[in-house]
Design a protein around this ligand. Structure first.
Ligand code: PRP
Ligand code: URA
Length: 209
């Protein structure tokens, strides 16, 4: 069973409160979504594989640990996941970036795929999916499936806000992945929007309201 980590961090709580505020404009929303992604990344990458290396400091020889293996891949779910990508790259600048395009059908709430572009050797990489919102879970379940179809086995999903319904759906569909949630909200409304949530994340990041 994979990990489910609900972030419990004063800085993340503070920044999510600012995101939720309907008065927060596009520019600030974008900056803060990126900052939250950076903070969450410390936890997401905590257990990256390392190898021992010998280092000579000006004082003595020492054995330390450095990252090993293929570069991880960050996979934003378009569009809104893009708002977290640069934040993750802040602390993992050499990561590859793949893209998955999914759009939730407004009537059925089912995700519809329109794009997929992923780097080679997915089966040897740790993949980190970014999407600010885990609502019904449909988009996340589909994105993880698309990564698994490439042979990828170490998949981590990070979102800023999750509804309990979406978290349960994602966990049941993909028990093996690790899930990182900035804040677990109360429930979905009749339009499958997260309550209290922050509205439409893509529209708020890109100013397309
Ligand atoms: C939003 C959000 C997720 C999805 C979550 O994207 O960014 O991808 O909805 O909903 P779900 O858990 O019920 O699938 P949307 O489909 O609105 O596309 P956008 O990012 O282009 O606005
Ligand atoms: N997508 C969003 O952007 N917000 C929600 O609350 C639900 C789905």
């Amino acid at each position: 069973m994979g990990k489910t980590v609900i972030m419990d961090h004063a800085l993340i709580c503070h920044k999510i409160a600012v995101l939720r505020d309907e008065r927060t404009g596009t520019r600030d929303f974008r900056v803060i979504a990126g900052e939250i992604a950076t903070l969450m990344s410390y936890e997401v990458f905590r257990d990256l594989p390392t190898v021992p290396v010998k280092i000579k400091t000006p004082v003595a020889e020492t054995e330390e640990r450095m990252l090993s293996g293929r570069k991880p891949v960050i996979v934003p779910i378009l569009r809104a996941g893009l708002g977290m990508t640069n934040g993750v790259l802040e602390i993992m600048p050499s990561a590859k970036v793949g893209h998955i395009g999914l759009k939730r059908n407004e009537a059925t709430h089912e995700p519809e795929e329109y794009y997929c572009n992923l780097p080679a050797h997915m089966d040897e990489r740790i993949a980190v999916i970014t999407d600010p919102m885990l609502a019904t879970g449909g988009s996340a379940v589909a994105a993880v499936r698309m990564l698994k179809d490439t042979g990828c086995t170490d998949i981590r999903f990070m979102c800023i806000i999750a509804a309990p319904e979406g978290l349960e759906t994602l966990r049941s569909a993909h028990p093996d992945i690790d899930i990182y949630v900035g804040c677990l909200d109360k429930h979905l409304n009749e339009n499958a929007y997260i309550v209290p949530g922050l509205g439409d994340a893509g529209d708020r990041i890109f100013g397309t309201d």
